[in-house]
Design a binder for this molecule. Structure first.
Ligand code: MG
Length: 247
């Protein structure tokens, strides 16, 4: 990299950092302790009156979401309020963008067990299009701790593993405070996130270190409001009952 020298006179060359591999930002121990969660299949938390409904309980059309790839239609399936990832069709994002919020959502891993570790029931929900709370079938499926269900992906593992069996419904209740940036784009305050998984606290006002990166360190990139993204990670994960309250 070339940069101005200390006196602004001549260009100076510095070494590039050594290339990282994905494994360098994955740690396996300690594994989050397993907690048997309550059964959420019939514990529907309907949207309160001031919520914006992103996926309604009886929806038969996907109206609040678009494909993350510009111009491509949403090809996920929807029937009676249950939306399913169509693998390879692309991740989807909300049309609307958000700052601070409370988000309720429900997801269910495929009953047909395919793959292991990150290959089983993988999806994800991204805060402001940048910061992933991992969705993964972690029922009798080990993976690196900071990539498990409810991790802030590649940053902070969940406090415990509160996953339901495949086919059962999991709830995420997320309270999100967006990062703040100064006028020059530098960080004023980190994002913060609290997550309850099936009613069990798994992230307690956790600091968001920066963007979700598969390889390398989180980055600080200034931004305004952003969408919720649901990830197509090639597994037919199901979703239902998604609503958001702006704070
Ligand atoms: Mg994911």
């Amino acid at each position: 990299m070339t940069a101005l020298g200390a006196w602004g006179q001549e260009a100076k060359t510095y070494p590039e950092p050594a290339p990282m591999t994905p494994q360098m930002s994955e740690f396996w121990t300690p594994q989050p302790r397993i907690v048997t969660p309550p059964d959420m299949d019939n514990a529907i938390i309907a949207p309160p009156s001031d919520a914006i409904v992103l996926l309604g309980l009886n929806d038969n059309a996907i109206t609040q979401w678009v494909n993350c790839e510009e111009g491509k239609p949403v090809a996920w399936e929807i029937k009676e309020g249950i939306m399913t990832v169509t693998p390879h069709s692309g991740s989807i994002r909300t049309k609307q963008e958000f700052g601070d919020y409370q988000l309720h959502m429900e997801w269910s891993a495929p009953t047909e067990i395919v793959g292991e570790s990150q290959g089983r029931g993988n999806s994800g929900v991204f805060m402001q299009g940048r910061y992933e709370v991992q969705i993964l079938d972690c029922y009798q499926n080990e993976s690196y701790a900071n990539g498990q269900a409810g991790s802030i992906y590649k940053q902070t593992p969940p406090l415990v593993n509160a996953c339901q069996k495949p086919g059962k419904w999991n709830t995420y209740d997320i309270i999100y405070t967006a990062p703040r940036f100064k006028e020059d784009g530098s960080l004023q305050s980190n994002g913060r996130i609290t997550v309850l998984h099936n009613g069990v606290l798994i992230q307690n006002n956790t600091l968001i270190l920066g963007t979700t990166e598969f390889i390398g360190f989180p980055k600080i990139v200034a931004h305004g409001k952003g969408p919720i993204i649901l990830q197509d990670h090639l597994n037919p994960v199901r979703f239902r009952n998604i609503w958001i309250r702006e704070l």
